[in-house]
Design a protein around this ligand. Sequence first.
Ligand code: TYD
Length: 217
Amino acid sequence: MVLNMNNGVFITFEGGEGSGKSTQIQLLKDYFEKEGKSVLLTREPGGSAGAEEIRSLLLKGGTDRWDKKTEMLLFTAARRDHLIKKIFPALSEGKIILSDRFQDSTVAYQCFGYGYDESIFHDAKALYQFIAGDFKPNITIVLDIDPKIGLSRSIKRQGNDEQRFENMDFSFHENIRKAFLTLAQSEPNRFIVVDANQPIQAIHEEIVSKLKEKMNA
Ligand code: TYD
């Protein structure tokens, strides 16, 4: 995939809780900006005004606040708003978009988190097709970490009330890790997997070198 940086590039970051996505996404933004590129940093759920409102419905409250299907619909509605209001316009302006999570999080969390649910998996695919057609990220970077390490980092760090998913059972987080690795294996052209249990700078350098490889492959 030789990516033409003049057409805009959509790069997503995925991983479990406390995998260090926000640190790495910021370092990558700085790296591209030093190269003179125009970068849009965004996140899911959220990223646009409407989707940020949906975000607080999703991330606050008890673990059983929503049933699985309602939860999936809320994530999907937020994603549609984000695509239309932010991602598509930025792509047409030729920007590099770095998104902290996207559709692969829905597959990992909503379809595999509570134990693999085949019917939800098919529904998730259909819903994604409904809101995005054949559109996909150009590259997805998975920061892979043992959830024991990741969770202890993220629970320590966050003094906020957006902890609905951190509070799920430990097995939920193990399922998510496996799901991201399985997704990465199934689409090796799109995915980059990086061991997130390394020093920050080493992770950044690995991301940059794997990205360069992919962009010129
Ligand atoms: P956030 O505080 O941004 O967590 P993190 O720093 O780990 O990204 O909260 C996002 C939470 O929402 C996170 O626990 C993953 C979850 N999530 C889903 O369950 N499905 C999705 O489709 C997305 C985008 C996020």
